[in-house]
Write a protein that binds this ligand. Structure first.
Ligand SMILES: NC(=O)c1ccc[n+]([C@@H]2O[C@H](COP(=O)([O-])OP(=O)(O)OC[C@H]3O[C@@H](n4cnc5c(N)ncnc54)[C@H](OP(=O)(O)O)[C@@H]3O)[C@@H](O)[C@H]2O)c1
Length: 308
C-alpha cells in the first residue's frame, strides 16, 4: 500500500489542504477534500450543511441519484454561490449513475435528470455508482455487458455532449472490473471511488492498476461510514489524536490522504464539517504506521467482489 502515490505529491506542495487539487487524467482539477452527502436529505438541512461547508472552504460536493438530494443541493447552490461570491466553475460537483439506470438506453436520461435536479449545465464528474445492475443477480454476466454499455454512453456524452460531463469515472470497481474496462474503453475512468478506512483497505492489485492507468482512488466512508464509531474508537487513532491535539476524525482523514487517497467525509454537524477539512498537519512515519497497523478488518459498505 505504501507504493500507491495518488494525492501524496499534491500533499507536499505548499498551501492549505482544503485548497489543494489533483489534476485528473481528463485535465480537470479535483479538490482532494470534498463533502460527502449520503443520507443528508431535506431542503433546510442541505442548505445548512452546504452553507457551513462553503464557509469552511469546501469546493467539492459528492452526491448521487440514489441519495435523492440532488434537487435540494441544486436549490441550495443557487442561493449559496452568490452568498460566497462563487461562480459555477469555482465548485466541483460529482454525481453518479444509479444501478437502476445501468445499460446504454437509460444513461442519457439519467444524466439529464441529474443536471436538471442540480440546476446545472454540466457535471464536473459523473461516476458509474456500482458495477452491478439493479434487479439482476450479481452472478449474471449481463452485469458486465450492461455496465460496459453504460460506459460507452458516458464516453459519447463526454466527447460530444457539449461539455455536460467534464470527467467520467467509476465507483466500487474491483481490480477485475477496472481491468476489464481499461482493456476496451476509449476514455479511461479518471477515478475509482471506493470504501477506504483502517478497517477496510483495498488489495495491491487495485493500487498497482490505478497507479499504472492514472486512475485516482477516492476514499468514501473515510471515517467508517455509519459504523464510524468503531473506527473512531480505535485506541491507536485516539492515541495519535492526543499527541497531535487533533480529533480522531482528523487523524483518520489525514491518514487517508497520506495513503494517497482523495477524501469525501460527510457530516451534518457544522463544527465537524470545519474540523474535517482542517488537515494541515503531517502524521510522522511512526504515527502513520500506528494507524496502518490496526489489524481489525471489516467491510461496512456494499461489497462489489461477487458482481460479475
Ligand atoms: N460510491 C459509493 O458507493 C459510496 C458509498 C458510501 C459513501 N459514499 C460517499 O462518501 C461520503 C462519505 O462516506 P459516508 O457518509 O459513508 O461516511 P463517513 O464520511 O466515513 O462518516 C460519516 C459518519 O461519521 C460522522 N462524523 C463525521 N465527521 C465526524 C467527526 N469529525 N467526528 C465524529 N464523527 C463524525 C457522521 O455523523 P454526523 O453527520 O452526525 O457528523 C456520520 O455518521 C458519503 O457521504 C458519500 O458522498 C459513496
Amino acid at each position: 500500500m505504501d507504493s500507491y502515490v495518488g494525492v501524496k505529491r499534491v500533499l507536499q506542495t505548499p498551501g492549505r489542504v482544503i485548497e489543494k487539487t489533483f489534476t485528473l487524467s481528463s485535465g480537470a482539477k479535483l479538490p482532494i477534500v470534498g463533502l460527502g452527502t449520503y443520507r443528508i436529505r431535506g431542503e433546510q438541512l442541505i442548505y445548512n450543511v452546504l452553507d457551513a461547508a462553503l464557509a469552511a472552504g469546501y469546493r467539492s460536493i459528492d452526491t448521487a441519484t440514489v441519495y435523492e438530494n440532488e434537487a435540494d443541493i441544486g436549490n441550495a447552490l443557487q442561493k449559496l454561490l452568490p452568498k460566497y461570491n462563487l461562480k459555477r466553475e469555482d465548485i466541483f460537483i460529482t454525481s453518479k449513475l444509479a444501478p437502476f439506470d445501468q445499460g446504454g438506453h437509460r444513461v442519457v436520461k439519467a444524466v439529464s435528470r441529474s443536471l436538471e435536479k442540480l440546476k446545472l449545465d454540466y457535471l464536473d464528474l459523473y461516476l458509474i455508482h456500482w458495477p452491478g445492475v439493479a434487479n439482476i443477480d450479481v452472478s449474471d454476466k449481463r452485469n458486465a455487458e450492461l455496465r460496459f454499455e453504460s460506459w460507452v454512453e458516458l464516453e459519447k456524452i463526454h466527447y460530444h455532449g457539449e461539455g455536460t460531463l467534464k470527467s467520467i469515472g467509476v465507483s466500487n470497481y474491483t481490480a477485475q472490473h477496472l481491468e476489464e474496462l481499461l482493456d476496451v474503453c476509449d476514455v479511461p475512468p479518471v477515478i475509482n471511488q471506493i470504501e477506504f478506512h483502517p478497517h477496510y483497505r483495498q488489495n495491491d492489485n487495485l493500487y498497482k492498476l490505478c497507479e499504472k492507468s492514472n486512475v485516482l482512488l477516492q476514499a468514501y466512508s473515510p471515517l467508517g461510514g455509519s459504523n464510524s464509531a468503531y473506527v473512531l474508537d480505535e485506541h491507536p487513532v485516539n492515541h495519535v489524536a492526543d499527541i497531535y491535539q487533533k480529533t480522531s476524525a482528523q487523524v483518520l482523514l489525514r491518514w487517508a490522504l497520506q495513503c494517497g487517497y482523495a477524501i469525501i467525509p460527510k457530516s451534518v454537524n457544522p463544527g465537524r464539517i470545519v474540523d474535517n477539512c482542517d488537515l494541515d498537519f503531517t502524521l510522522s512515519k511512526e504515527h502513520f504506521k500506528m494507524i496502518s497497523n490496526i489489524s481489525y478488518r471489516k467491510k461496512y459498505a456494499w461489497d462489489p467482489l461477487p458482481v460479475m
